[in-house]
Design a protein around this ligand. Structure first.
Ligand SMILES: *Cc1c(COP(=O)(O)O)cnc(C)c1O
Length: 224
């Protein structure tokens, strides 16, 4: 077995164990492979190990990899900061965008998603632990954003994305509470099914709090 396949198996096993500890079904936690800075060749190797969902932070880098890997059936996620003037390539080329934190961004993504495509999956990024330099809306803005964004036609509003400070496990519990509380605002509550939280260093704690999608880079690909 090659190193990347071994690393992926180890991460899947860690997710499995965390689910056992949390009394959860491991099928309810998806592994998202965060591939920023890594070469297309490495993504291809990870794909051959069975991975289908990949996440990128930088648009230009992502678009280049998409071209190089066009023959593969990859589900592309964007997890970087969304700039207002860069929404079109996100709307047209990704399956998921995790960093939406303002209505105007969601409106642009919906308008720019083509009608032939399935709806673009969206997570709202929330600054759950009041970090100074962080992207993301404030927790008290989420209810209204869910109400408004869930009405946009070419989006599927799936849930929340958080990046708490390292070691702040309480933030995962707060995110879970917020996730549950705002469901009533959603026009299609059955779409509200995703808590995107947990990285290489804190996926156990995130899964214990209810994460449904862990975004893992280092533990899969090594240090950047
Ligand atoms: C880079 C990144 C990750 C992955 O972090 P690791 O510690 O390498 O697992 C997850 N989420 C976001 C938003 C990132 O930018």
């Amino acid at each position: 077995m090659n190193d990347l396949k071994q690393a992926r198996n180890n991460v899947l096993q860690q997710i499995q164990l965390a689910c056992v500890h949390a009394n959860r079904d491991a099928r309810d936690v998806q592994l998202l492979a965060v591939s920023k800075t890594h070469s297309s060749a490495m993504l291809q190797e990870m794909y051959e190990a069975g991975q289908r969902s990949f996440a990128e932070n930088y648009l230009q880098e992502a678009v280049e990899k998409m071209q190089q890997l066009a023959a593969l059936e990859i589900e592309w996620h964007f997890i970087g900061h969304v700039q207002r003037n860069k929404t079109r390539p996100l709307a047209e080329q990704f399956a998921w965008v995790h960093g939406v934190d303002r209505l105007i961004i969601a409106e642009r993504l919906s308008a720019q998603r083509t009608a032939q495509q399935p709806p673009l999956n969206i997570c709202l990024q929330v600054n759950i632990d009041a970090q100074q330099s962080k992207d993301g809306c404030q927790p008290d803005e989420i209810a209204e954003l869910v109400r408004q964004i869930s009405q946009l036609p070419h989006l599927k509003l799936r849930g929340l994305m958080v990046i708490p400070a390292p070691g702040n496990d309480q933030a995962f519990l707060d995110a879970r509470k917020l996730f549950d509380a705002v469901r009533v605002q959603h026009l299609h509550p059955e779409d509200w099914d995703t808590l995107s939280m947990g990285m290489s260093g804190d996926m156990n704690e995130a899964i214990a709090a209810g994460s449904t999608m862990v975004r893992v880079g280092t533990a899969l690909f090594g240090t950047r």
